[in-house]
Design a protein around this ligand. Structure first.
Ligand SMILES: O=C(O)CCC(=O)C(=O)O
Length: 288
């Protein structure tokens, strides 16, 4: 917890410059219209490519409720919730005017589903769970991570390229499906998701502490990436080994999203040593 009870995420900003070519997608990802369009061919596509993009998942009312839930949590209306992380660029402003806490300064919210029924309803959305279960080859999914990623206009910084499994204390063989849901229209300019098509087949890639816990930029530069723009209410389903990242928000448009991760209900956790032995750089003959 930072001073005055505020948490900040990221460095002071001076080390945040990155090559623009890291986020120069070769093309846009193809999309499905609805969750009902996910059939055997789409499940096979997911196996092969590591992702599925669906344009219409949440109804406008569900999006509004989710946004209200986020606003309430950020405004501190639920005193039991302390999972707000501010953008480092807002350091100083947030502490100066705590009564005006606003999503304009927030990078992310973590572990909120038990604090807000509106957000929990999305994590338990029957249509989403049905697709996740099929992507997990028929097993019952268990939600083990939930986040909201707000990337505010102008201050929302990059989330460098990474594989989500590098953050999870789960054996590498445990299948994990991430679901990233846009609550605003997500575009290349405001920082939509970008993915390395089929990159989950690379297996685990070493991660480094650079601008974040991330894949080395030189591993990404020169590879063919896809942009995943979405309307509000659309969702990206993705394999936890799929390299992905988002550029900073250089627009004046909001780009709020929620993200849920599901593993099989009977998955067993391991210690961080096992994860670092796979994704860490210590002892590996690699450099960044
Ligand atoms: O929403 C974003 O900007 C990036 C989210 C992401 O990739 C993550 O938190 O793992």
């Amino acid at each position: 917890m930072a001073e005055a009870g505020f948490r900040f995420d990221g460095s002071d900003g001076s080390a945040e410059a990155y090559a623009p070519e890291l986020y120069s997608p070769a093309a846009e990802a193809t999309t499905l219209a609805h969750l009902d369009d996910v059939g055997p061919a789409e499940l096979a596509f997911y196996e092969d490519h590591g992702w599925l993009l669906v344009r219409h998942v949440l109804e406008p009312g569900e999006i509004e409720e989710a946004v209200r839930g986020i606003d309430d949590l950020v405004a501190g209306r639920n005193r039991a919730f302390d999972g707000v992380y501010y953008e480092n660029a807002a350091r100083g402003q947030v502490e100066a005017a705590p009564s005006q806490r606003s999503t304009d300064h927030v990078r992310k919210l973590a572990w909120f589903v038990q604090h807000d029924a509106r957000l929990n309803a999305i994590a338990e959305h029957p249509g989403i769970l049905s697709v996740v279960s099929r992507l997990l080859k028929g097993v019952t999914p268990r939600l083990f991570q939930n986040m909201a990623l707000l990337k505010p206009p102008s201050v929302g910084r990059e989330k460098p390229w990474h594989q989500d499994h590098a953050y999870f204390n789960l054996p590498l063989a445990t299948p994990v499906v991430g679901v990233w849901i846009a609550l605003d229209e997500a575009t290349v300019e405001n920082g939509c998701m970008q993915v390395l098509d089929g990159g989950h087949k690379l297996g685990p890639v070493p991660h480094w502490k650079r601008r974040d816990w991330q894949i080395c930029d030189t591993e990404i530069l020169g590879r063919r990436s896809l942009a995943c723009p979405l309307p509000a209410g659309g969702a990206l389903f993705f394999d936890s080994l799929l390299p992905h990242g988002t550029p900073k928000n250089v627009s004046s448009a909001r780009r709020r999203a929620v993200q849920f991760h599901y593993c099989p209900a009977d998955a067993v956790k391991v210690g961080p040593e096992e994860r670092l032995a796979v994704f860490g750089t210590e002892g590996k003959d690699v450099s960044c």
